[in-house]
Design a protein around this ligand. Sequence first.
Ligand SMILES: [Zn+2]
Length: 343
Amino acid sequence: MKALVLEEYNKLVYKDVPDPVIGPDEVLVKVMACGICGSDIHGLDGSTGRRIPPLIMGHEASGVIISTGVNVRTWEKGDRVTFDSTVYRLDDWYTRKGHYNISDNREVLGVSPGTYRRNGAFAEYVAIPQHILYRIPENVTFEQAAMVEAAAVALHAINVSGIRPGDSCALVGAGMIGIFIVKLLRISGASSVIAIDIDEKHLLKAEQAGADFTFQASEAGLPEKIKEKTAGRGPDIVFEAVGKNESVNLAIEIVRRGGTVALVGNTTPSVNFPLQKAVTGELKILGSCAICGEYEAILDYMKMGKLSVEDQVSAVAPLSEGARWFERLYSREEDLGKVILRP
Ligand SMILES: [Zn+2]
């Protein structure tokens, strides 16, 4: 089959590789669409240590089953599917507790951090364990289904936050995940949504996605302005989708006493932490990692027309041109949004 292979750091080659061989509990999926994730772009140069070559990257994908392993009963050839980016074990303590996203020995498709190597979906075919498959509704396209992963990360953060109808919310960092957080907060019962970013274009997108108020992160007197919009207290819940010192501290600064900060971004490994504000304000500071079962809900929202994802897709291109698109995304020559590759 043809695949886009990371042969060495900063060197992507579109070439022939052997077809994947499926195990008894796996299916072979003919890939129809696979999105380029920010983590793939950052992984390209070796800086994250999670894409050790040689590797076929790609974990935001959709396709059609073309063959099934001997133990597979509920899936058959021709089924349109998307799948979790995490390959988790079913006999794990965390999985049994309902937390497969933080389970032991889990692997991520298209990732090789040194302890394992799991080829992903920038290829014609990919082998997928049956227990991570999800059926794509008829009225959802393969390109839309390739966006489910990103939207599900946002929904997981919302679930982690423990939001209740009527809660006021704010978002710091209106990138891809942030925009999905805004959209999904609108259907999760938030009374109001404030979006904060340093980029005007992001703020405009947040507004289009349903944010009630948007603010420049550098704006003078920002915490006071946010209090004004939230009954003088600050938001009940703040989502942080950047993961840098300034943005995390801003999120903790603006949340009301007793409120919740849900941390999704993790651009940097550590930040300064305002201990006294967190302790004396009895803040709930929660981490949100990847996805834990939110695929089905996102596919339902798409099917019912409640969640649009197309506006986040900037280009659909052939996989053979993948290296060039990676280059453009890596050099950040423009704010491209999501690029989807088709084998
Ligand atoms: Zn991703």
